[in-house]
Every structure is written in structure tokens, then in C-alpha cells.
Write a protein that binds this ligand. Structure first.
Ligand SMILES: NC(=O)c1ccc[n+]([C@@H]2O[C@H](COP(=O)([O-])OP(=O)(O)OC[C@H]3O[C@@H](n4cnc5c(N)ncnc54)[C@H](O)[C@@H]3O)[C@@H](O)[C@H]2O)c1
Length: 444
């Protein structure tokens, strides 16, 4: 074992190591909390000055992670939010949690990872461990991150170490809301890198799952998300097929999941959302082309899932025609829920935004109600929707809408108001569970 590795392991074992987390979003913020609460000193770096100022003031910008934990850690000097990359000179472990989106042409956009690596390189010193947590194609850690870090003049594997460890957060999942409860897959560029990364995460994660190398760990994350994407596509396809046959997919799933082995329920919906499932699978299909192989399931699942919003709008138009004779082009539709999933405020890639655009492109007027996401944030993809505000879900006014379209079934929505609605089109099977039945309800 190199001297650098031994010294790093000693610092970790005695919890004297200083940890920097770069990118304090949905992944980085819960991570830095776990690091700081484990007794390590944590430097939090983000290029968004608003986030840094809020953290310094003890406030959180991510509702679902609460805010009470921030001020005590900041006051104790255990959590140091900053926009200054020079502070990396103090850090023994650096964890990268920056975005990995797609370009307009659906290709991996590693510009955030590359920019971060370039910001780290001038401050890299012997004995450092750099871990990438951003989801990406197998090979990124060694083919992209490592060469940029080596522009520092230091040699990876001798002077410093790199590893990949995917984030598996499930925002809004109360059972697994603490970072330490979710098993952590870790692959290093070499055995020493893996050992150092396992020693680091072992300080605050209950179960460590080492794998052969960084590429394997990268592949694990993509497999997990492709597994979801493909199964959601399958159940979305079956929803369309069974509906044509007059069979309720929701009843089919409830009955099928009583099978005690060999079945796992997935649920249909209005389309995929969030920063992971609609995006990550394309990282694999892009990389696969380099090896002259195709990932057909990935592409087919993408096609089926992205066709869902249009299918939902067609069914809503049919339902409107049947109900009061108001065509979609003259209808006022209330969309309930714009977050991509229940009980979170994240609207990234949310199918609700696509649905609103499709409805309006067919002449409908829309309003939305979302107690978690009261304002649509500005985005490049849905620029015209940015700034729109949630309206109340009020039993006294709900009948003013020609239809209510349930896209996200947050638990804190006042579902009882639906009793007065003229037509409810439900993509989440929520209304029936809230006691609504009869011809005014269309389950998709
Ligand atoms: N959101 C999830 O549930 C989830 C789950 C698993 C994996 N991931 C992956 O984790 C990564 C991060 O996702 P996220 O949801 O936390 O994104 P996010 O957008 O919530 O957070 C990213 C943060 O990085 C900051 N940032 C951007 N460029 C930076 C730079 N050069 N230096 C410092 N900070 C920078 C942004 O200001 C932002 O605060 C992505 O690769 C994503 O695919 C996300």
C-alpha cells in the first residue's frame, strides 16, 4: 500500500479527515448532512450563490429534507457552505454530485463533471480521494475524470485516488430518507482507491457493497434505473392494451402482486419524470454504440414512456366530448400536481409540464394546483410556463373547471374537493381511493 493511501486511511479511521461535497442539490445536500452528522468536518461547495447564502443562514431550499439540521452544524463549524473552490486545498476527500443531463440531441452532457474536475485539479494534493457520485456511463471515472485530475501533475493510483459510488436516493421515501440506511455500491480505480472509498463511506453508511472497479459501479446505477424505466414502460403499454379490452390495469396489478414470488409491481402513469429515469438510460445507449452493440429495451422503453402524455391528452379529450359536450379546445382544465412524483417539490422533467403544453396546443386553458410546487420554475424546455402559480383547490370553485386532470397524487392535497368536480381524469388511481366513483371519474 502506498504511503498516501495509508495516511488517508489513518485520517479516516480517526475521523480527522475533511470532506468536500461539490454540488449541493438533491444528492449532495443529504450526503453532506450525513457526513457532517457523522463527526467529520464537511465543506459544501456550489456554484449557485443563493444556495450557499441560504445554507449559511441555516435555511434549506429542498423542502422534503427539512431544515432544522442545518443551523446547528453550520454554527458548530462542521458544515461550511462556500462558493470558493480554493477551500478544496483543505479537503482529504472530495465528492462530486453535479448534474449529468442530456443535450438537446439526447446525448450525455458531461460538461458539469468536466468543469468540476477542472476546478479541483489546481487544488489537488497527494493523499486525496475523489469520488464521483453523478450518474453516468460506465468508464467516465477513469476515461474523463481521472485524466483531467492528472493535469495537476499528480499520478492517479500513486498520489491520489478516484472512485465511483452511485447515489440511490428516493426523495419522499420516509423509510429510506437517511443516507446511511441505503447500501452503498463502491468501485475504485484500483484496489487502494476502493479501500479508501469503502473506509470513507463506512463511517456513515450501514452497508458497503464493494464491486470490482469504477465502471462496474457506474453500470450498477444505470442498470437500476433502466430496470425501472423498462418496467414502467411495460405497465404503461399494458395499460393501453387492457383499457382497449375494458380491463382495469389497476385491479390487474393489485391481484398480480399477491403472487409471493417472481413478481414486482410497477404502476402506470402520465409519463416519466425526474432527473434520473427519463435521462440515465440514454447514457448507456450512447456508450453502447461505441462498442457496436444496441440497447433496444432502453430505446423502446423511452419511446413508450414519452408517448404517454399525448395518450393521456387524447383520453381527456374523449372524456370531455362524452361528458358535457365541451371540446378540449374550449375547456378549462385544472392539473393537480406538477411535481414529477408525490410528496416532493421537484418538477424536473415532470410530465405535468409536457401535459400543460399539449393541452394548450390543442386550445385548452389550464391552471394547476400543487401544494409542494407553488410556482413553475424557469426552464429552457418549458420557458413559457416559468413563473405560473398554483391556484387553490376549492370545493366552491372546482366545478368551474371542465375537467380535473390528476398528474401527481401528493398526500397533502385536499382530495375531498373532487366531490364537486364535473369530470376527473386520474392517471394515478387516487380519486377512487378517496371515495370518488361513477361516470364523472375516468381512470387511466
Ligand atoms: N435527484 C436524485 O434523486 C438523484 C438520484 C440519484 C442520482 N442522481 C444523480 O446525481 C447527480 C446530481 O443530481 P441532483 O439531483 O443532486 O442535481 P441538482 O441539480 O439538484 O444539484 C446539482 C447541484 O450542483 C450545482 N453545480 C452545478 N455545476 C456545478 C459546478 N461546476 N460546481 C459546483 N456546483 C455545481 C448546482 O448549482 C446544483 O446545486 C446527477 O448525476 C443525477 O443524475 C440524482
Amino acid at each position: 500500500m502506498t504511503t498516501c493511501a495509508t495516511e488517508l486511511l489513518d485520517k479516516l479511521a480517526s475521523r480527522r479527515a475533511i470532506v468536500a461535497v461539490i454540488g449541493l442539490g438533491y444528492v449532495g445536500l443529504p450526503l453532506i448532512r450525513a457526513v457532517a452528522e457523522s463527526g467529520l468536518t464537511a465543506i459544501g461547495i456550489d456554484t449557485d450563490p443563493t444556495k450557499i447564502e441560504m445554507l449559511k443562514a441555516g435555511r434549506n431550499y429542498l423542502k422534503h429534507t427539512g431544515g432544522e439540521w442545518i443551523a446547528p452544524l453550520v454554527e458548530a463549524g462542521r458544515l461550511r457552505p462556500t462558493g470558493d473552490f480554493a477551500t478544496l486545498a483543505e479537503a482529504d476527500v472530495i465528492v462530486i454530485c453535479v448534474p449529468t443531463p442530456l443535450t438537446r440531441h439526447m446525448q450525455p452532457d458531461l460538461s458539469y463533471v468536466e468543469a468540476t474536475a477542472r476546478s479541483i485539479a489546481p487544488h489537488l494534493a497527494p493523499g486525496r480521494l475523489v469520488v464521483l457520485e453523478s450518474t453516468t456511463w460506465p468508464g467516465t471515472t477513469t476515461e474523463v475524470l481521472k485524466p483531467i485530475l492528472e493535469t495537476s501533475g499528480l499520478s492517479c493510483g500513486r498520489d491520489f485516488f478516484v472512485a465511483f459510488s452511485p447515489e440511490r436516493a428516493d426523495p419522499g421515501n420516509a423509510e429510506y430518507d437517511a443516507t446511511g440506511r441505503i447500501p452503498k455500491v463502491i468501485g475504485g480505480d484500483g484496489a487502494e482507491a476502493r479501500e479508501a472509498a469503502c473506509a470513507f463511506y463506512g463511517l456513515f453508511v450501514e452497508r458497503i457493497v464493494p464491486v470490482e472497479n469504477a465502471a462496474t459501479a457506474e453500470a450498477v446505477k444505470l442498470f437500476e434505473n433502466i430496470f425501472r424505466s423498462v418496467n414502467i414502460a411495460l405497465v404503461n403499454e399494458l395499460k393501453v392494451v387492457y383499457r382497449a379490452m375494458g380491463i382495469d390495469i389497476w385491479q390487474v396489478i393489485e391481484a398480480a402482486k399477491t403472487k409471493p414470488f417472481g413478481f414486482m409491481p410497477f404502476y402506470p402513469g402520465p409519463g416519466l419524470g425526474g432527473h434520473c429515469i427519463p435521462i440515465d438510460p440514454y447514457y448507456l445507449s450512447w456508450k453502447a454504440k461505441e462498442f457496436d452493440v444496441r440497447s433496444q429495451f432502453v430505446e423502446l422503453a423511452g419511446e413508450i414512456n414519452s408517448a404517454m402524455p399525448r395518450w393521456v391528452v387524447d383520453r381527456l379529450a374523449e372524456a370531455l366530448d362524452r361528458s358535457a359536450g365541451t371540446g378540449l379546445s374550449r375547456a378549462h382544465v385544472l392539473v393537480v400536481g406538477i411535481a414529477y412524483k408525490k410528496n416532493v417539490d421537484d418538477t424536473r422533467e415532470s410530465p405535468a409540464l409536457r401535459l400543460i403544453e399539449l393541452l394548450e396546443s390543442r386550445g385548452a386553458r389550464t391552471s394547476f394546483h400543487d401544494p409542494w410546487a407553488p410556482v413553475i420554475p424557469p426552464t429552457r424546455e418549458h420557458a413559457a410556463l416559468g413563473g405560473r402559480r398554483s391556484v387553490p383547490l376549492d370545493p366552491a370553485t372546482i366545478a368551474d373547471y371542465d375537467a380535473v386532470l390528476i398528474v401527481t397524487d401528493h398526500d397533502n392535497v385536499d382530495w375531498s374537493a373532487l366531490a364537486e368536480a364535473r369530470l376527473v381524469v386520474d392517471t394515478r388511481n387516487r380519486a377512487e381511493r378517496e371515495g370518488l366513483a361513477g361516470p364523472r371519474l375516468v381512470k387511466l
